[in-house]
Write a protein that binds this ligand. Structure first.
Ligand SMILES: Nc1nc2c(ncn2[C@@H]2O[C@H](COP(=O)(O)OP(=O)(O)OP(=O)(O)O)[C@@H](O)[C@H]2O)c(=O)[nH]1
Ligand SMILES: [Mg+2]
Ligand SMILES: [Zn+2]
Length: 376
């Protein structure tokens, strides 16, 4: 496998993104002219440090003070998958990271905070082309249609093409039933059943991962994300967890994100399992994950139909005729409520920022008058 950044997914498109980013920052453009800077990809991240693969090699990098002042505690902090500009230095243990190139898309959830704080975005991975939504067919909560609908909503927002992976197919007799349920819960999304143990389905999965493309795996802890990566690599490159009993449910095997190259040239981001997946999305996010309902809604008599008790509601009619599953409809309503609630919390945040700004402005105006008063 070659060590150049093309093998990490760099292409002409990123080349022009880089040129545009340098144009916007003259100081960086100058350093780049002098050959001191190079593009690289974040392949692991943790605690303000970022492991970057560049043509010069792989090194842990630290953002410059100037960059960190601007992005610390914001969603702009680099994550695995990001393309960045670094300053390779063979004499140093760590390199300096100067800037993050604009992302093609982010996989984001709502950061788990309590209601007293403003809603915040938690970026899980960046620049993902294919999102593998992994579930486990070992019974219980490792595969539910409602969980899939939530994850698919997040997936469509990421800009990646979602794929449903029903793993642990060796543990079920009802594989076909599970596949049918997945297809109904995620219309238009490819569904693949796999087993990391028998390796069944892994070839079909690999066929969806072309060279130079980046896929990320997401799903609950223990569904087999890291096992699938190992199966695709053909080697135990990642630690996997022993099957857990219920009292150990809280334990996660993977604790940080990592980007891994396959011999085929495809790139895979393994992520830790997450307990909560709050939506981070705009109001129209459900139009993709619930495209069937969005389509039905176009046939409602009133354009502002809430699809609950209105006359001439095509959604209610589909429910009554059994063409639309009641559980799916209820979840759609619930996710809609969640999005509206998120919007209102974001509004609060905007209001607070606005308030802080006008306060600061008032203070500086007051200061100005004081100053000029003194001078007079
Ligand atoms: N029977 C069976 N077991 C599997 C399969 N895939 C994974 N496992 C087992 O499930 C357990 C969890 O697998 P991991 O790959 O660590 O799961 P994970 O999704 O990476 O979990 P986190 O890193 O905690 O998010 C391990 O004991 C695996 O051996 C499968 O297809 N069939
Ligand atoms: Mg794992
Ligand atoms: Zn309606």
């Amino acid at each position: 496998m070659n060590a150049d950044i093309a093998s990490w997914g760099w292409n002409e498109g990123w080349g022009s993104t880089l040129r545009a980013a340098l144009l916007a920052e003259p100081a960086l453009a100058e350093a780049a002219e002098e050959g001191r800077l190079a593009p690289g990809r974040v392949i692991a991240d943790g605690r303000g440090m970022f492991q970057v693969a560049a043509d010069a090699g792989i090194a842990w990098c630290r953002p410059t003070g100037k960059l960190w002042d601007r992005i610390a505690d914001t969603p702009e902090v680099p994550v695995t998958g990001d393309w960045v500009v670094v300053e390779p230095d063979e004499r140093a243990d760590t390199w300096r990271l100067h800037t993050v190139l604009p992302r093609r898309g982010t996989l984001s959830r709502q950061a788990p905070t309590d209601e007293r704080h403003a809603a915040r975005e938690h970026v899980l991975a960046a620049n993902v082309d294919v999102l593998l939504m992994v579930f486990g067919l070992d019974g219980g909560r490792n595969f539910t249609e409602r969980g899939l609908e939530r994850l698919a909503t997040i997936a469509w927002q990421s800009g990646a093409t979602p794929v449903v992976v029903l793993n642990k197919a060796d543990l079920t007799e009802d594989r076909e039933d599970a596949e049918a349920r997945a297809r109904a819960a995620a219309p238009g999304v490819e569904v693949i059943a796999t087993s990391a143990v028998t390796e069944g389905g892994l070839a079909a999965l690999a066929a969806l991962l072309p060279a130079g493309r980046t896929a990320a795996l997401t799903g609950r802890s223990g569904v087999g994300k890291s096992s699938i990566v190992n199966g695709l690599v053909g080697e135990e490159v990642l630690a996997t967890g022993a099957s857990r009993s219920d009292d150990l449910r809280g334990r996660h095997t993977t604790s940080s994100r990592r980007l891994i190259r396959l011999a085929s040239g495809a790139l895979l981001i393994d992520t830790p399992g997450l307990r909560t997946l709050g939506l981070w999305a705009g109001a129209d996010a459900l139009d993709d994950s619930f495209s069937d309902i969005a389509e039905l809604a176009e046939g409602c008599r009133f354009s502002d139909c809430a699809h609950q008790r209105e006359p001439g509601c095509a959604v209610q009619q589909a429910l009554a005729e059994g063409a639309l599953d009641a559980g799916r409809y209820e979840n759609w309503l619930a996710l809609q409520r969640e999005l509206r609630h998120l919007e209102s919390r974001q509004d609060v945040r905007v209001q607070l920022a606005e308030k802080a700004r006008s306060k600061a402005l008032a203070r500086s105006i007051r200061g100005h008058y004081k100053e000029s008063g003194k001078r007079r």
